[in-house]
Design a binder for this molecule. Sequence first.
Ligand code: FAD
Ligand code: NAP
Length: 534
Amino acid sequence: MSEANKALDAIVVGAGFAGIYMLHRLRQQGLNAKVIEAGTGVGGTWYWNRYPGARCDIPSMQYSYQFSEELQQEWEWSEKYATQGEILKYAEHVVDRFGLNDGIQFNTKVASAKYLEDREMWQLSLSSGETLEARFVVMATGCLSKPNYPNIKGLNECSVPVYHTGAWPHEGVDFTGLNVGVIGTGSSAIQSSPIIAKQANSLTIFQRTPNYSIPAYNEALDPDYVKELKSRYKEYRAENWQRGFGADFDDSDQSAFEVSDDERRTEYEKRWAKGGLAFLAVYNDLVFDMKANDTAREFFKEKIAERVNDPELAEKLVPVTPIGCKRLCVDSDYYEIYNQDHVKLVDLKQTPITEIRGDTVVTSGGEYKVDAIILATGFDAMTGAITNVDIQGEGGKKLQDKWAPGPKAYLGLATAGFPNLFIVTGPGSPSVLSNMLPSIEQHVEWISDCIEYMNDNQHVAIRVDQQAEEDWVSHVNEVAQTSVYPGCNSWYMGANVEGKTRVFMPYLGVPPYVEKCEQVVAAGYEGFVLSGNG
Ligand code: FAD
Ligand code: NAP
């Protein structure tokens, strides 16, 4: 081990938005921190997901950092929903602007992390063969970063190229004239299919479960709008942080049943005409009351029928699950592609895939010869990238074993038995049920403030109290049970990954969560045990 590495205060795993801001904060505190990143560049999600049509679904003016007023004033987004390429450039710009590049080791995976109890240090083994030691470890490994590869017979041996949307080739893929099969109908498929349909000779979409999607109505940003918003950017951000999803969704404080059927219908039309995820905040009970949810479901059903010419096909595209219990998708002309002769839908509920044989996707109802297969099959969300690292805590206990019956983490920030190990947007925090950039910033700031507090007070280690963790996990579940979220087989529940325990993982509600985090600190890190001289 080199001299420089011996003295590390913190190792941050991952160089997405969480990892790069974490590095910046730790350096501002004068700490010797290093980021280890599996990819060859920064950006995380926006480095890996280079499929055609990849964009954010939270408007860019909100899906961006706010920790630096200069940064948020000087950066110019070109579109309402920025492209993957533009968001990646932004991440690279942040790294350059704050001089972070020399703190990141690329092309290196953290394979394992072991807590050395006698020295109260973490020892990490890297794919490069190196071993690093640090007092703190921050898992900034991402909620949606470990691709989920379906277990389909013959997939690994098939004779055509297979691309996962979450690990897309950097050089891009030209589908011109090809017969393409897309497996999955989540956000990644819904964003990419309309563009692939333009190139391909034929596009066959294999749908296991239909999803709700609302138009994005993406457009170039109006400079006057940007100027006006930037004149009150700080205040605007602060207001949004008080809202349920931490984003400007124009949240209503009315129930769906406080208005007449006609008024509700008019309001749904208005929201639809604006497009985007803000639809979910149209009434304050939409994601809490099934009856309210049903009114929106009926509306979506009609909208799908308006967009798809063939009524039988439209019927197959209508979900039966509550709106919102899987993440609402935001599209540009998704349903319309089904009006084109060369685009086909295969309903896997009726005719499941039995195998992929050479260049043919075989279902119980037919055979589909393809030149390329796209796996838009999502991610082992929230826990996958964390348990992918062999993490061994106190008493030799492995995190993989601890979390096998479902992840447990206090505030989603840390987990009992693993001292001085923090998680950014971990299970039990709003994370994926919020605008993730501000949620990442809140976690990074909480963690760096905690480390600063420990250093100022000569604390050596911070441990989660087991009972506090149990209570928090119960609370996360209780809140979830008041909503429609646990009502379907979503990745929020771990239901998309074979063998994964079904537990609702994110915390619903940004404001109460932030308040709780602040209370914990004000009460001297309540629910944590600080050891050392302090
Ligand atoms: P990531 O960006 O996932 O970065 C994690 C990094 O850790 C990766 O680079 C990975 O290579 C690295 N890593 C993981 N394990 C290891 C290891 N063992 N060793 C070394 N490196 C490792 N959220 C929103 O709020 N709004 C949106 O519009 C939105 N759009 C999205 C679109 C797509 C296609 C996807 C997949 C997600 C989207 N999200 C969105 C969620 C998005 O993941 C977050 O907004 C955010 O980018 C996450 O940043 P992160 O740094 O926490 O994680
Ligand atoms: P996803 O939402 O999990 O969708 C995966 C799709 O693949 C689902 O339709 C799923 O069906 C299907 N699938 C999985 N395994 C399958 C199998 N073995 N056989 C057949 N079908 C299978 O994944 P995603 O589309 O990549 O999106 C994940 C999340 O990333 C989103 O929810 C969102 O948070 C984020 N994202 C955002 C955007 C954006 O608009 N900004 C774009 C992409 C992703 P089931 O539903 O039946 O499991």
